[in-house]
Design a protein around this ligand. Structure first.
Ligand SMILES: C[S@@+](CC[C@H](N)C(=O)[O-])C[C@H]1O[C@@H](n2cnc3c(N)ncnc32)[C@H](O)[C@@H]1O
Length: 201
């Protein structure tokens, strides 16, 4: 795909997101992942990491419906969404995991989804390592909260540490796949790790 076409495409998803009332272009990525892998379902309890400005939480809430629960967390504050609880916190800090534990009130989650991205430094190796670090935190969160059979999704920048991370995830889930949704910019190295059927608590 040419750069020009790729930029036009991403602008297209951005405009479509705004028109449909979603707060981010990422909302379409989650919709595309959901269409292919069915990681969320009605009534689910979902933890959304790196949730700002709230696009994934909007999509998750639509899927889980009134009986479901969506709990989002981000470094940045997030404008309220009806039926969604937001916390402000840093998932690399133990205190944020503790806050989530308190908010969950002993409940387990059906899905932990993470779209967390590091600030881009421009040095690819650094950005890749930071992205893997955020995925490790997301994986710890998933291992803490998921019910047996639960699902995990996380964004990662591809690179040399990814096979090690995938191996780690494969030990805990029945099915693990990499997926690049059409709404991701073709120029970007981001992919999504989809892990279904949590096996270990
Ligand atoms: C691509 S945006 C998420 C977009 C979101 N999924 C949506 O649809 O609106 C990535 C987010 O990750 C958050 N983030 C990065 N590092 C984080 C951390 N350590 N703890 C919590 N959130 C983090 C950033 O603040 C940013 O809002």
């Amino acid at each position: 795909m040419t750069r020009w076409y790729s930029e036009r495409k991403s602008e297209h998803f951005y405009k479509e997101a705004k028109r449909d009332g979603y707060r981010s272009r990422s909302a379409f990525k989650l919709k595309q992942i959901q269409k292919k892998y069915r990681i969320l379902k009605k009534g689910d309890i979902v933890i959304d990491l790196g949730a700002a400005p709230g696009g994934w939480s909007q999509v998750a809430k639509e899927i889980v419906g009134d009986e479901g629960v969506v709990l989002g967390i981000d470094l940045s504050p997030i404008k309220p969404i009806r039926g969604v609880t937001f916390l402000q916190g840093d998932m690399t800090k133990e205190s944020s995991l503790q806050e989530l534990i308190e908010s969950m009130e002993e409940k387990k989650a059906n899905a932990v989804i993470s779209d967390m991205s590091p600030n881009i430094s421009g040095n690819y190796d650094v950005d890749h390592a930071r992205s893997i670090y955020l995925c490790e935190q997301a994986f710890i969160t998933a291992s803490t909260f998921l019910k047996l059979g639960g699902n995990f999704l996380c964004k990662v920048f591809e690179g040399k540490e990814l096979p090690r991370f995938l191996k780690e995830v494969k030990n805990s889930f029945g099915l693990v796949k990499k997926f690049s949704p059409p709404a991701s910019r073709k120029s970007s190295s981001e992919i999504y790790v989809i892990a279904k059927s949590f096996k270990k608590n």
